[in-house]
Design a protein around this ligand. Structure first.
Ligand SMILES: [Zn+2]
Ligand SMILES: [Zn+2]
Length: 144
């Protein structure tokens, strides 16, 4: 895959479609309670891309935003309910995209588990990726 290959993705019903231009900036599994509730999942795998490398291709009328905290909002398809995007003042220049909405692989694998200190007890992980948590969610945790 070359760096100028456009990667595409979309929601469950297909109304919201988007594309990104690699390179992506990072990829991580997020175990925070907000992600878990928003997606109805044990954790959510996100990747970040520079806003300038992101383009909404279709579905601007169907894409809705939920203000999940004062500084952050989550983008979802109002037709099918797919929770797709995350934007925050903390990472103002980035769009965060749930990896599961991509049509195929991206240019990197998940690198870490973040907010792992708040993970659910009903799943056991089998990988050796770094576990991170604390106030920022991204500080190395001494214990698993
Ligand atoms: Zn949809
Ligand atoms: Zn999260």
């Amino acid at each position: 895959m070359t760096d100028d290959t456009v990667l595409t993705g979309g929601c469950l019903c297909g109304a919201v479609r988007f594309q990104i231009t690699p390179p992506t900036k990072w990829c991580a599994h997020c175990h925070c309670s907000l992600c878990r509730r928003a997606h109805g999942a044990a954790f959510v795998t996100w990747f970040g891309v520079e806003r300038s490398n992101f383009e909404l291709v279709a579905g601007s009328d169907d894409l809705s935003w939920y203000q999940s905290t004062p500084a952050a909002r989550r983008g979802f398809c109002a037709r099918c309910g797919s929770t797709i995007f995350f934007e925050s003042e903390r990472w103002a220049d980035e769009v965060h995209i749930a990896l599961a909405h991509m049509d195929g692989p991206i240019d990197r694998s998940p690198q870490a588990h973040v907010f792992y200190d708040t993970h659910v007890e009903w799943i056991e992980l089998g990988d050796n990726l770094s576990r991170r948590g604390g106030p920022t969610g991204t500080e190395p945790l001494d214990q698993l």
